[in-house]
Design a protein around this ligand. Sequence first.
Ligand code: HEC
Ligand code: HEC
Ligand code: HEC
Ligand code: HEC
Length: 496
Amino acid sequence: MKKHMTILVIMIGALLVLVGLITLGCAGTTAPTAPPPAAEAAAPTSPPAEAPTVTTTVPELAGDPVRGGLLYDEWWGVIEADEPTTDQPLWQTQTTNTRAGADTWRCKECHGWDYKGVDGAYGSGSHMTGFPGIYAAKDKPAAELLAILRGSTNPDHDFSKVMGEQDLADLALFMSQAQLDDTELVNTDKTVKGDAAAGKSQYEKVCINCHGPEGNAINFASIEEPEFVGHLAADNPWEFIHKVRFGQPGWPMPSAITNEWTQQDVANSLAYAQSLPTEPMVSGGGLLYDKWWAVIGADEPTTDQPLWQTQTTNTLTGADTWRCKECHGWDYKGVDGAYGSGSHMTGFKGVLSAASMSAEELTAWLTGQKNPDHDFSKVMGEAYLKALVTFMQQETMDVSAHINADKTVNGDPARGKIKFNGTCAACHGLDGQKINFGDASEPEYVGTIAADNPWEFFHKVSFGHPGEPMPAGRALGWSPEDIANILAFAQTLPTK
Ligand code: HEC
Ligand code: HEC
Ligand code: HEC
Ligand code: HEC
């Protein structure tokens, strides 16, 4: 969580600067003379200076309406607060929505993604509360909206106990300046008044870098029931519109408002996203192979895996002994690969040749039928074992053509840099140092992993990082050569 916050703080900083720039650019003139590069993303068909929802009049409150939109989504993810555990006091005044705890504190849960509350999409279904919307409140002065958030109309609607002055101001500015009438973009049956072909070019300029050509490089839910961009666009177009306009709380997902997309650009991207497939591109087994309990939300094992006692060379204990990678290697070659020597050596074989085994045989290995001490069915359900089988059959590969035994890489750093800057830099920084995987005394960055363990790097960039929404390179449509190029570039980044 702390790392999310590091990203977040930097992101907010960047957003504030951007919003400041845009406001400056718009203040005196009709159009900014030098729009940021992202402005070029506007589709040629859209009228130039639309985006009427963010007015450029001098606000009576100073703040950031885009940040306000993020707070509306999930305020504690933005301000580094703990998730609430009790119900919001107003929650007990309704009975139809049976959620409890943190969800009851999200503005969107009571007022809707479409800002229309009971008069909109939350007028029926499991999210229905009967509470009013906030869309009409856009015409109230921001100062009055601020007072409402401090409980002026109802003491149970006081958010000043959980959020600071600036947070409430940003929320008020969001409500008065950045709300949008979704009915102009989406019909009640969830079809969109947008042009999917135009939306494709918007998508490919921005979204493709993290979500991939098919929208399935980041899984928002689970391996058992994956959720991708295509799912959300079809199921909840109002949420899609909000998230695309404001971003994702806690993650550096760009805001369409900051990028100066018009409303029509947003609708077009939604129309295109609704055409994306909802099938996964990779099985998710690569994440399980890395650290299965972080993926399935299980407790970390505390004992040693039973087979561990059959070796003595690797002196790790506990959870580590349960990771497939610890026994079979990041290069899938076990004792015949990088773990053939050094502190990780166990002498256990690899799983690369397992690709030629049948699904039945591989399942038999994972359920202990081949060796009772190699039974993972006690800790993982069927869907996960199936993902591991698919991973071993179809997704493992011999990386020796790309990574040499001395850890040097056969790749083109110049090409790798382009992909790194387009995808990785948003979260890891241009120098790979925005997230520290180690600690203050022994920092570990993208550059450190690339230099010390190129096989681990190759695996993680291909399949993602367990429990985090890091995109899977394979689902970004990247070839092994592309990943080797990124690795070659990452080896030029600072390691400490
Ligand atoms: C637990 C449900 C709940 C949550 C969470 C909630 N509200 Fe409300 N809100 C209400 C209810 C109910 C009203 C109706 C009037 C009242 O009782 O104050 C209301 C009224 C309002 C109004 C006045 C609308 C008008 O037209 O006068 C605004 C503005 C508002 N809320 C904004 C927010 C914002 C911003 C958040 C997030 C910080 C938020 N609300 C969170 C339930 C909620
Ligand atoms: C810098 C990387 C990045 C870019 C670029 C990006 N996103 Fe995201 N997006 C994310 C991350 C990270 C999440 C959070 C996933 C999570 O929390 O599981 C996310 C979440 C989402 C969600 C919400 C998922 C949910 O259920 O909460 C949608 C929808 C979405 N993105 C669509 C888009 C679209 C459309 C674009 C282009 C306009 C885009 N994203 C651009 C990284 C990105
Ligand atoms: C504690 C070490 C350890 C862990 C953790 C471990 N394995 Fe194994 N694995 C072994 C050993 C040792 C063998 C050989 C056992 C034997 O011959 O009876 C083996 C055999 C296999 C085989 C058969 C390979 C062949 O060529 O015959 C597969 C497939 C396999 N493991 C996959 C996995 C997967 C997937 C995971 C993670 C869920 C995993 N293993 C976790 C130690 C481990
Ligand atoms: C949406 C944000 C996001 C994007 C985009 C992203 N990552 Fe990550 N990455 C993370 C997070 C979060 C972690 C986990 C950090 C931790 O555990 O401390 C991580 C972990 C890693 C790790 C492993 C660290 C370890 O603990 O071993 C590597 C290596 C890495 N990322 C490289 C990359 C590269 C290269 C790219 C581009 C191809 C990339 N990441 C794109 C968020 C992202």
